[in-house]
Design a protein. Structure first.
Length: 513
């Protein structure tokens, strides 16, 4: 649980700012109703055994059936030698067996390591198996032959297990601090880093407070995202830990969204949908990248729309904004229960309210660190001087500041700060200005060959007007050298704007010119 901030660490602030640093930066202290993910699911299975738990491609399982299949898998894993604390590969695609796999691994006391077997390069899968010391890989029968050679590893096709086991195998005494999932981030170096996220970390997000999104029995939650992406963990467990139905999408994202009440997505994924066809949706949460105001305004006209923020290392999201109010710039809100957010300067000193600094996160959201990389863990996870004791805080590399009413404004990322002609520029600030151009739905900004290049959508946007809009709101050195109007912005497998693809496209055009 979150403790009080040690006031002696705030000596550089005025008494008023000391008070606000603690009040704004400390989430409510509330005990989650569950501390183990599978126990939260099992509680729902006991109360609503015949309710539909998961649906995909015209098939569905009730909570009782899903629990029984997960128990059968857990028993098979234990027989294969999987022990508490082990890590099990889950190299699958979106499907009902994927969900059986997740729950079976957790019931066996292990952590699952998810990857989409259709798109993950073989070299990445082999790297993950080695880094996470995975001895058992769960997959689907269609992928068994396509997986990289994994000598000495057991490969088990989840969809070939038949029957149910009504009771779980010999009880594995999992603890809240045991790992539940290892999410391999894309890694700025190109080598994916495995982030170890615990049951307690995740239960604090999905079983109560703003992270639970008001999900309750009878509701339907979509599962749209790549399962290797931490936001997919949010989609899956916010449904199954709260008695809702998880609707796994097929080839059409729109078809899934049109049938659900709750949508969790990146702004890029949401921007690809026609909101007029999605009036059934009542709750939307976006995270993973900056949210354009037009997108928030459009969807908040008929849903409860939450903008959220947080890297994988602080458990999917560690701040969630209250429902968006149309006409306002979206903020990323305030810390979740039992967590803290600090706005610090380069010397890790607290910034006064209203001053931009780097966001550090503390409390129940802080994951265990990077698997097999103690050096990187030590760089990004530091002792938390504000909470003291054994607590650690994580450097998010996000920039932000507190508004006067205690909401966090996002001001880009430290790795998105660039220098052009000696001036330090936040790319997100330029993007935000571009999005104020009449007719512009989305924008992004990249640095290429020392110059700012802006991209706006759709193609009909007037690029000359876009440049004038930026010039009217930001210093001259923030105006892009070129603005290009495109039909759509490319996205990564994780549903975020793919800036690397845009830069590669620019370079290719130069070669051909």
């Amino acid at each position: 649980m979150t403790h009080h901030i040690d006031r002696s660490t705030l000596a550089g602030l005025t008494p008023s700012d000391q008070e606000l640093f603690q009040r704004f930066g400390t989430g409510a202290s509330v005990r989650p109703p569950f501390v183990l993910l599978h126990q939260a699911f099992e509680a729902m299975a006991r109360v609503r055994p015949e309710a539909v738990a998961v649906t995909h491609a015209g098939e569905s399982l009730t909570y009782r059936e899903l629990d029984g299949r997960a128990n059968l898998l857990a028993e098979a894993l234990v027989r294969l030698g999987v022990r508490k604390g082990d890590r099990v590969g889950l190299f699958v695609k979106r499907s009902i067996p994927m969900v059986v796999g997740i729950l079976g691994v957790l019931k066996a006391g292990a952590a699952y390591v998810p990857q989409d077997a259709r798109i993950a390069p073989s070299a990445h899968l082999a790297h993950m198996v080695a880094t996470a010391d995975i001895r058992v890989v769960l997959t689907l029968s269609e992928f068994v032959a396509a997986l990289p050679a994994l000598p000495g590893r057991v490969v088990l096709a989840v969809d070939k297990l038949s029957g149910e086991r009504p009771e779980p195998p010999a009880v594995v005494a999992s603890a809240p601090e045991d790992p539940a999932v290892v999410i391999f981030t894309s890694g700025t170096t190109g080598v994916p880093n495995g982030v170890v996220v615990t049951h307690a970390n995740l239960c604090n997000v999905v079983t109560h407070g703003p992270g639970a999104l008001g999900v309750r029995p009878g509701m339907k939650v979509s599962q749209l995202l790549n399962i290797a992406f931490d936001m997919a963990v949010w989609e899956i467990f916010v449904a199954l830990c709260n008695g809702a139905e998880l609707v796994i999408r097929g080839t059409s994202i729109l078809q899934a969204v049109r049938s659900v009440d709750v949508v969790i997505a990146t702004p890029s994924v949401l921007a690809g949908l026609d909101p007029d066809l999605c009036r059934n949706v009542s709750v939307v949460a976006v995270a993973g990248e900056r949210c354009p105001r037009l997108l928030a305004d459009t969807w908040s006209s008929f849903t409860r729309f939450h903008n959220a923020c947080g890297p994988t290392e602080v458990t999917i999201v560690n701040t969630v904004a209250p429902p968006h109010r149309r006409g306002e710039e979206p903020t990323i809100g305030s810390p979740l229960p039992n967590t803290t957010v600090y706005v610090l300067d380069e010397r890790l000193r607290p910034c006064p309210v209203g001053e931009v600094g780097e966001l550090w996160a503390g409390g129940a959201c802080v994951s265990q660190g990077y698997l097999g990389n103690a050096e990187l863990t030590a760089q990004r996870y530091l002792p938390d001087p504000f909470l003291g004791g054994e607590n650690r805080m994580f450097r998010t590399r996000d920039l932000g500041r507190w508004t006067a009413d205690g909401r966090l404004e996002h001001h880009g990322r430290t790795d998105e700060q660039v220098k052009v002609r000696g001036f330090r520029i936040e790319l997100d600030a330029v993007t935000s200005a571009l999005e104020r151009t009449p007719g512009c739905e989305r924008a992004t900004t990249v640095l290429h060959d020392g110059e700012l290049i802006g991209f706006v959508t759709p193609e009909e946007v007037n690029v000359v007007t876009a440049s004038h809009v930026v010039a009217g709101s930001l210093p001259y050195y923030c105006v892009p050298a070129t603005v290009r109007a495109v039909a759509e912005l490319p996205t990564t497998h994780r549903g975020k704007v793919d800036k690397r693809a845009l830069v590669a496209g620019l370079a290719a055009q130069e070669v051909m010119a």
